[in-house]
Unconditional design. Structure first.
Length: 150
């Protein structure tokens, strides 16, 4: 990956809807060269997906919860079963297996506290692998980005 690829990735992260023509003028390359570089980056898995980022406030999903989970036991079966079940919940945007006092951190988005309680009682608490959980509620967002410096 050369500096042109890195600059191309920066531009695509800022606006993935940029046309090859727009990108070619910014990078002083032909449209064909830009197209070929993008295809190469996709084929190599450097670009894994294109998405639309939604404003949580506009879709009534502004209540953000970070839920720390401790499993009952660390057996392969419990870990795999928990991960298989937790990925099914649309309320969970991210799930990280972590070190420390807890085994997982979940990023959950819902409308409000009432919807979180419903999620907790009727969905998350039904997972038999969970030994304990600790919820932390977002007060304010200082930084939220998808941009990765290359």
């Amino acid at each position: 990956m050369d500096s042109t690829d890195k600059n191309l990735l920066k531009l695509l992260q800022i606006d993935s809807k940029s046309t090859t023509k727009e990108l070619s003028s910014k990078l002083n390359l032909s449209v064909t060269a830009i197209y070929e570089r993008i295809k190469k980056l996709e084929k190599e898995g450097i670009i894994s997906n294109y998405v639309a980022l939604l404003n949580r406030n506009k879709i009534e999903k502004s209540f953000v919860v970070f839920c720390q989970i401790k499993l009952i036991q660390q057996s392969k079966e419990f870990i795999l079963d928990f991960e298989k079940e937790v990925i099914k919940f649309n309320e969970i945007l991210e799930c990280f297996n972590v070190s420390g006092d807890y085994d997982y951190i979940l990023k959950i988005v819902v409308k409000d506290m009432e919807e979180y309680r419903d999620f907790l009682v009727n969905k998350l608490s039904t997972l038999h692998q969970i030994g304990s959980k600790h919820s932390t509620f977002m007060i304010g967002e200082v930084k939220n980005t998808t941009f990765i410096s290359v």
